[in-house]
Design a protein around this ligand. Structure first.
Ligand SMILES: [Zn+2]
Length: 465
């Protein structure tokens, strides 16, 4: 695999690449350059397409599972070092941080003051299923039939896990051999980012503003943002490359907070409560819980169960604990979710207002801890992000499929640290974390084209600070 890669690289180098804008604007191309140059540009595009696929196949052989139990796994460190070396070989300015974030910065080569553009992806893969010794299967000219994998699992275009396959007849797809996942989540994103970096390095005449790229570890164990501050990553406009297929763009998601309310009673023996001051914290905790998530059932007020859907948010009393195995302390663990941060804040105002009354009525002491888990990227996005996304997609002939998630994204965790949101762009990955995971090569390539188009679009923007 490595051999093929270097031969392809050499072929690209020998061709002597010029400006790689051509695919972006076909009309312009034919009016400005000769047919011969157009043919060269097309050949150049196809070369990068081949490089991208070969790179993806090579990365599937890099083990990089993250783990809930370890700060960083040895296989992630190994993979991070390989990616770091590869970026260095492009001649770019790259840093590997103490907690294995890979950070690349490319200075602007335009005179105008344009916004800094950021791209992210994650190089770890999920610990949920086997992902060591992956043997990717490239299927060219896919025939539309169900794909039977080694462990008996089937990716069937007639079923939900293969529905998108029915659009891939005649195209190239990649699966695992069925004994592991494929790891397209997010090796597809990493391959796109690496090929975009290689393209910029080999085409220095291509115009762009300042570009920041980060490759994060530990995303699949929910810790992608944990040490992001070790890098200077803080772009004005950002995109995360870790989405699905068919033009999917995640433009919004839940704001998420965890609110832990500790109700402190008094220890003692309940049979002598009047003398020893014994106060069980359980009852006042239940009253507060029912006050903050009320639902009346046959005259009894209970905490409201969460049945929200669509754009509805919720406050859920997730559980109540006696943390020290004593009834004198009760902890209420609330989970707040909503597309509008102001809704979460209004709920907290209500909570702070209710607390003194419970303290007075029951003689307990109450403390509150709020943890912000992630934020809605749509509420903290650059004002031009939607416009340039639409343009970048149109130039790659892709119809955007905008989505909002009732969950978090990597970008939504970065937002907590940086205060800025990012859209998540499709990368060609299907059925992530499953043995039936598969990649659409065409979608991965389109995503690569979109990354370059986004660079063009931002380079044309006037900075508006
Ligand atoms: Zn992912």
């Amino acid at each position: 695999m490595k051999g093929t890669y270097f031969i392809t690289l050499l072929a690209v180098a020998v061709l002597g690449l010029g400006h790689l804008n051509a695919y972006a604007d076909t009309d312009n191309l034919f009016s400005q350059v000769t047919r011969q140059a157009a043919r060269a540009a097309l050949k150049e595009q196809n070369n990068y397409r081949q490089i991208l696929l070969n790179r993806f196949l090579r990365y599937t052989t890099y083990d990089s599972q993250s783990s809930e139990k370890e700060q960083i796994t040895a296989v992630q460190i190994e993979t991070a070092k390989k990616l770091f070396d590869e970026i260095q070989s492009f001649g770019l300015n790259v840093t590997l941080t103490p907690h294995y974030y890979i950070y690349v910065e490319i200075p602007s080569n335009v005179k105008e003051d344009v916004p800094t553009l950021g791209f992210s992806s994650h190089y770890d893969v999920t610990p949920d299923n086997p992902a060591s010794g992956i043997k990717a299967r490239k299927i060219e000219n896919y025939d539309g039939k169900p794909i039977v994998l080694e462990n008996g699992q089937v990716i069937d275009p007639a079923k939900e896990n293969g529905a998108y396959l029915s659009t891939q007849i005649g195209k190239t797809i990649v699966t695992s051999d069925g004994t592991t996942i494929l790891s397209a989540d997010d090796k597809a994103g990493v391959s796109i980012m690496m090929t975009m970096l290689q393209t910029l390095a080999q085409n220095p005449n291509r115009k762009h503003g300042k570009i920041q790229v980060v490759f994060a570890p530990n995303e699949d164990v929910g810790r992608a943002a944990e040490f992001i501050e070790e890098t200077p990553y803080n772009p004005d406009i950002a995109f995360d490359f870790d989405g699905g297929v068919d033009g999917e763009v995640v433009i919004g998601n839940f704001n998420a907070e965890q609110v832990i309310i500790t109700v402190q009673g008094h220890p003692g023996h309940q049979s002598h409560a009047a003398e020893n001051g014994y106060l069980n914290a359980w009852f006042p905790a239940c009253v507060l819980g029912a006050r903050l998530c009320p639902e009346e059932t046959e005259g009894v007020v209970l905490p409201l169960p969460n049945h929200s859907t669509g754009k509805q948010g919720y406050a859920e009393l997730h559980h109540i604990d006696y943390p020290d195995n004593t009834p004198s302390v009760a902890k209420l663990d609330f989970r707040l979710r909503g597309f509008v941060q102001a809704d979460l804040d209004a709920w907290k105002d209500q909570m702070y207002a209710a607390i003194p009354e419970i303290e007075n009525n029951y003689g307990v002491t109450i403390s509150v801890e709020v943890r912000r888990n992630y934020g809605n990227v749509g509420e903290a996005i650059h004002p031009e992000a939607m416009k340039i996304t639409r343009r970048a997609f149109a130039k790659a002939d892709v119809t955007p499929n905008f989505k909002e998630e009732r969950a978090g994204t990597t970008a939504s965790m970065f937002l907590i640290k940086m205060g800025k949101g990012a859209f998540t762009i499709f990368t060609g990955q299907n059925n992530p974390h499953a043995f039936t995971e598969w990649l659409s090569e065409e979608d991965m390539y389109k995503s690569y084209l979109i990354s370059l188009n986004l660079i063009d679009e931002v380079a044309a923007l006037k900075q508006n600070r």
